[in-house]
Design a protein around this ligand. Structure first.
Ligand code: ARG
Length: 462
């Protein structure tokens, strides 16, 4: 047991208590950020005259050597230390002696851990944003190649009106684009440094919090030292945004699973992204999509967990807050893995265009357009709706589609029908005449693909 706080105690910590309390098994994840934060702290202390230049140099050198040795495997982070902060400080003292004991001047583990977590999460937000961008690039490529790939659009999972694959992918493009903007918002809102807030009430040392914030790439220091050490809002926001990403991925996964089913056969998932069955030789299963759908629950769980942890905590720091880490780390790894794998699956997936198109031809996806045809010929919409309804019933009995009926059959139901009806309710017309902004026609979608490309070419926000 290597602890930072033995002085006031007359007994050793019970081993079970020690284990229960320790966080090294998971907070070692941000050893680099802990060292980065400590370096900024001592550089600031020296500038403020709290440390000498020689002390600062020794500490920075010692910290750098610890980071290198952890990276190259010479120094192992073990459970002998309570947390990553104790590990770094104890090793520093081992390496440079008394100067190392000055590292913690004007600092508490409360502002230290708040800083480390922010530094870690901040980098991860940028990584997630980058992965989302990759996925958007894939989606826009599929869109560009499928402006004329007709398929049924559904409501209630019943065929509704024809759309294109580009249009369907475009819907997800918008969702993931919003997810990216959420990453940016969260980053900008959380990018203030808690360093120098001490345990809760600042310190009497003449710290320059603005300076250390700048050294660490923050917008500035946080404003209230009690809030600084006990704010975990940004983690809640992040897990909420992650939950939304997973919800989007899960909906998309569900569609891929349906499209990949024998009954639909709209897509074929690449061999590299599917798995077989141990018993049924014919099987090729959409496991990646199923796992992404399944892992959504873990991320929702992390959000509910931190919300619940935080709801009863009086100001300022309480140990409950140590619970902000494990599930957040798990959620970060889960979200990153899911976006990357989903992207790989989408970019290698084959779309069976004929199957999609023939499915769009069936199921009366042109019924609305047939009613609109009658309206254009002067029939009030409600009457037109009734006429086409009867027509659909007739087709169902005869197992055929509206456009396959002869003009004589059509006229029997309404004398308003004329030869031009076939052109007016063709699959192509149904899609290409939908010219409102956001509609599926190739004319509109081509513009959208160009807009998307422009957005993706703009410099990244980070
Ligand atoms: N491991 C602790 C955490 O993650 C570090 C802060 C400890 N502070 C304290 N007052 N015990 O929250």
């Amino acid at each position: 047991m290597a602890q930072l706080w033995g002085g006031r105690f007359t007994k050793e910590t019970d081993q079970l208590v020690y284990n229960f309390n320790a966080s090294i098994s998971f907070d070692q994840k941000f050893y680099k950020e802990d060292i980065e934060g400590s370096i900024a702290h001592v550089v600031m202390l020296e500038k403020q005259g709290v440390l000498t230049e020689a002390e600062k140099d020794a500490i920075v050198k010692g910290l750098t050597s610890i980071r290198e040795d952890v990276e190259n495997g010479k120094l192992e982070i073990t459970s002998e230390y309570e947390d990553i902060h104790s590990f770094v400080e104890a090793n520093l003292i081992d390496r440079i002696g008394d100067a190392g004991k000055k590292l913690h001047t004007g600092r508490s583990r409360n502002d230290q851990v708040a800083l480390d977590m922010k530094l870690y999460v901040r980098n991860q937000i940028v990584e997630v944003d980058g992965l989302l961008k990759e996925l958007l690039l894939t989606l826009n490529t599929i869109m560009k190649e499928n402006l004329h790939t007709y398929m049924p659009g559904f409501t209630h999972l019943q065929k509704a009106q024809p759309i294109t694959l580009a249009h369907h992918m475009g819907a997800y493009f918008e969702m993931f684009k919003r997810d990216r903007s959420r990453m940016k918002d969260i980053y900008n809102r959380m990018n203030f440094s808690p360093l120098g807030s001490g345990a809760l009430a600042g310190t009497t040392y003449p710290l320059d919090r603005f300076y250390s914030a700048t050294l660490l790439g923050f917008e500035g220091p946080t404003n209230n030292s009690m809030d600084s050490v006990s704010d975990r809002d940004y983690i809640i926001e992040l897990l909420s945004a992650f939950s939304t990403i997973m919800m989007h991925l899960s909906r998309f996964s569900e569609e891929v699973i349906i499209w990949n089913s024998n009954e639909y056969g709209f897509v074929e998932i690449d061999d590299a992204y599917s798995t077989g069955s141990s018993i049924m030789p014919q099987k090729k299963n959409p496991d990646i999509a199923e796992l992404v759908r399944g892992k959504t629950g873990r991320v929702y769980g992390a959000l509910v967990s931190i919300l619940t942890t935080m709801k009863g905590i009086p100001l300022a720091y309480n140990k409950d807050m140590q619970e902000d880490k494990e599930l957040t780390f798990d959620a970060i790894d889960t979200v990153k893995g899911c976006i990357a794998l989903f992207n790989g699956m989408m970019s290698t997936m084959k779309f069976k265009k004929e199957k999609m198109e023939s499915s769009a031809m069936m199921g009366f996806t042109n019924a609305t357009d047939a009613a609109d045809y009658l309206v254009k010929k002067g029939v009030p919409f409600r009457d037109a709706h009734g006429i086409i309804g009867r027509l659909v019933l007739y087709c169902i009995e005869k197992n055929t589609s509206i456009d396959a009926l002869s003009i004589a059959e059509l006229k029997e139901i309404s004398s308003v029908f004329e030869e031009d009806v076939y052109q007016e309710i063709s699959l192509e017309t149904c899609v290409e005449k939908r010219l409102t902004h956001g509609a599926p026609s190739a004319l509109i979608m081509r513009r959208q693909v160009e807009e998307n490309a422009k957005y993706l070419n703009e410099g990244d926000w980070k």
